[in-house]
Design a protein around this ligand. Structure first.
Ligand code: SAJ
Length: 416
């Protein structure tokens, strides 16, 4: 088997672009592939289409050195990493159309000898389906899901597990789980990831790797749901959940996560549904956790609205729109949902929004005439009710004197 020297990374998003640049830094020739012409142009200019610490300097460096380029067409390469989205198709089922399109495009250019790695989070069985799809397109090649025939192409799953905001650190240092359709497939994928990953590379089969990934995010979701449920119970009983949590966490085997206004982003709020879909009758806790966390934005909005109605002519500040601290990503953000709900419930009330990590309001909030984007200082100074929706580090600088005389609704326990 020849050494891998070129790799095509399909999908230049939050996972694909950092992976592409890491492979380039690891010494491979990397071709980034994306259907979006704007993203391709930006990457080729050495720019990043989204904010992530340390990514932009790495991209501009890799492009300048000629190690990374982007294009819309699928190239021939020794290896393929598929890092496309797997959103919902409706009814919480996975939409695999991007994975299918990527697999079919790869199928069209294979010569034999390549390794194809699916990084996208996907329901159990998806890696095998990628192999089947390619086989259907390329009857001239042996694919590894068919036993007893040495395959011409290797197929594996290596689920991403980097944390937004720390992607460039974690991509190099996290341990990775690599599941092959056969042991030889896993071994070939290990060769690829060894070029840039210094963590342990744990080898397994493809279906187990798929379930490991889903289990990781469902574990987080269930634990956040417990924290959120506890906060609702404490609120009803007149107890301070932050104090309760802090004291409970002194126990050597207790580590309660942080309650908040809901779970956002494109991972923790999505992936548990793939487990529910795989075994709906058994995944009762997983489904309930989703329901608990999904209810938090409506509950939080109701509280803010009820508090505001105590004022004759209230003004409200919503601090933060991102799905979590210190990122600008507003996908599936509970803060956006809460702000929209409050704006809709109180159309006559001016709502000041401060989001230092985003250049403008997301489309959903642009529809409301009563929502204005400003900075935190003005938002606070001009408002009676202050809702802290995201625990961005910069909001820590807000002084008690700025909040004096205002009703503070701190959903993140930052000023507690
Ligand atoms: N959150 C809380 N309380 C907490 C922790 C998080 O309310 O104590 C909320 C956050 O505010 C956010 C949501 O949960 O709205 C998710 O944030 P997160 O930091 O838990 O996770 P993500 O979505 O940024 O990244 C997760 C990570 N998975 C795990 O930690 C198991 C990351 O490692 C994965 O790579 C990523 O999902 C992914 O892409 O799957």
């Amino acid at each position: 088997m020849t050494a891998l020297s070129s790799v095509a990374v399909v999908g230049l998003g939050y996972i694909g672009l950092p992976t592409a640049v890491s492979l380039a830094t690891g010494g491979l020739e990397v071709i980034g592939v994306d259907v979006n012409a704007g993203i391709v142009e930006r990457v080729n200019r050495g720019e990043t289409p989204f904010a992530e610490p340390d990514l932009s300097v790495a991209v501009s460096g890799a492009v300048a050195m000629g190690r990374l380029r982007a294009q819309q067409e699928m190239p021939q390469a020794d290896a393929y990493v598929i890092a496309v989205p797997t959103p919902f198709a409706g009814d919480h089922q996975a939409d695999l159309s991007y994975v299918t399109a990527a697999a079919e495009a790869v199928a069209g250019v294979l010569r034999g000898g390549e390794v194809i790695v699916l990084e996208s989070t996907a329901p159990p069985g998806t890696t095998r389906r990628v192999s089947e799809l390619i086989a259907a397109r390329r009857p001239d090649l042996h694919l590894p899901h068919v036993p007893d025939v040495p395959p011409d192409v290797h197929v594996a799953h290596c689920p991403e597990r980097v944390l937004p905001g720390r992607i460039m650190i974690e991509i190099a240092t996290n341990d990775r789980v690599i599941g092959g359709l056969t042991p030889a497939c896993a071994a070939r994928a290990v060769e690829l990831y060894r070029t840039f990953c210094h963590g342990e590379l744990i080898v397994t089969d493809a279906a187990s790797a798929e379930m490991v990934k889903l289990a990781e995010n469902a574990y987080r979701d269930v634990n956040i749901a417990f924290a959120n449920e506890l906060s609702l119970i404490c609120q009803r009983l007149g107890l301070d959940v932050w104090e309760i949590r802090q004291m409970a966490n002194h126990h050597p085997r207790v580590d309660i996560l942080r309650p908040g206004p809901g779970v956002g982003g494109h991972c923790v709020a999505v992936d548990p549904w793939f487990i529910v879909a795989a075994a709906p009758d058994l995944a009762r806790l997983t489904a309930t956790a989703r329901a608990v966390n999904d209810h938090m934005p409506a509950h939080t909005a109701e509280q803010i609205v009820a508090t505001s109605r105590r004022f004759r002519d209230p003004r409200i500040a919503c601090l933060g729109l991102a799905f979590k601290a210190d990122v600008g990503d507003m996908r599936e953000s509970p803060a956006v949902d809460i702000t929209a709900r409050v704006a809709a419930a109180l159309p006559e009330v001016k709502i000041h929004v401060a989001e230092p990590h985003a250049p403008g309001l997301p489309g959903r909030l642009g529809e409301f005439g009563n929502v204005v984007l400003t900075d935190a200082e003005h938002a606070i100074a001009d408002s009676d009710v202050i809702a802290l929706l995201v625990d961005h580090s910069c909001f820590r600088a807000v002084k008690k004197t700025q909040l004096a005389g205002k009703v503070v609704y701190d959903t993140r326990g930052m000023w507690a």
